[in-house]
Design a protein around this ligand. Sequence first.
Ligand code: NAD
Length: 429
Amino acid sequence: MTDTLFTRALARLDEAAEHIDVCAEVIERLRHPKAIIAVSIPLRMDDGSLRIFDGYRVQHSDLLGPGKGGLRFHPDVDLEELEALALWMSCKCALMELPYGGAKGGIAVNPKKLSMMELERLSRGFIRRIADFIGPGADIPAPDVYTNARIMGWMMDEYSEVVRQRTPGAFTGKPVALGGSQGRSGATGYGGYVCVRELARRREWTAKNTTVAVQGFGNVGQEAARLLYEDGYRVVAVSDSGGGIYDPQGLEIPALIRGKNRGNKLKHMYCDHSVGDEQPDARRISNARLLELEVDILIPAALEDVITEDNAEQVNARVVVELANGPTTFEADRILEQRDIMVIPDILANAGGVTVSYYEWVQNRSGDYWTAEEVRERLDARMCGQFNTVLDLAAEKTLSPRMAAYVLVLKRLGAAVDAMGTGEFFSRE
Ligand code: NAD
């Protein structure tokens, strides 16, 4: 079998299967995505020319419910990456005990090079192409890298036009005015914050003596950094695609967020400013150097594969909290484990977003809308519960938190496979 991000993601499940008595059919089902949809999307540009973009949706599994997962707009989007991301969504939903399978999709495009109207037409055109395959009981997309609430609103509106029914439950992460949930935009960052808070409680660390570095200063990285800053943690470094800044005394996070979000392209859709443009006194550092800082907690919150076998030996954090999807490669994971650096895995650490997406879907389908406090209370309780379940299992079985999380995933998916009947069941007389 060729070595891809997907096969490497599967290898982790194979490894987890060694620690639990689970039917081989579970892993076999996870090896094969349920459906892979590839479309081409014609886009009339503002200057009258025509461009065609490739769009995809991978529906990995519907064992526990309809597909769930983000849509990203990025030049590097390809099927191999989406297959792995969709598999991780199946795992994440199972781990968080959400009634969903996993999916992921996107368009290979640099959205920063489009006008606002081109972006809207492309978003709507993509939905017209995939409308037959998605929906509240089939597959529910959400925002991901370089997509956001406004784009989800356009997509929900287009889907509703196609099916001739207002269908807010077909997308999550929408603007609140279009049926979005209170608390969705900051939910992934909040979930990451709960993981850090619980970890600090278990290790008896005090906030003011705990240093944090955050790579990626978008939706997720900003919110996690802001909440940790407000709790008194010393956030000493943050970065974005334009580079980063470092101040061992701690950075003024709210000011950085204001500065970063001030200079926007496409009228507040994508940031033009880098965090490095602010606080001229703070020392600028590269993204590579940020990963090597001596800190208590390192939070990768940008893209996948940033901690690799080439730099894992240089990571100097005590704990890595993966808010990005797949930031640590398989090989790097082994190196970090050997070096006794704990990794809180992505399928747990960044599960706050999909959890509130689930709350949004429940609200859309019931028509009963919750307050921000209610959403946050439920999110806090679920994140806190699953975080401690994973860490308790890891301690009990001497596993890494990642392996413990995958063991729980296999147990929960295994129960669904068992309930439908395995080979052992059907071969009984
Ligand atoms: P975003 O587009 O809002 O922000 C991404 C950030 O990463 C930006 O600050 C960008 O400048 C930075 N970045 C891009 N390339 C970089 C590079 N090479 N080095 C350093 N920084 C770089 O995206 P987001 O929603 O914050 O998502 C970030 C990560 O979190 C992604 O891996 C995404 O899959 C994951 N995630 C997001 C959610 C969510 O609810 N948004 C949920 C789960 C996981």
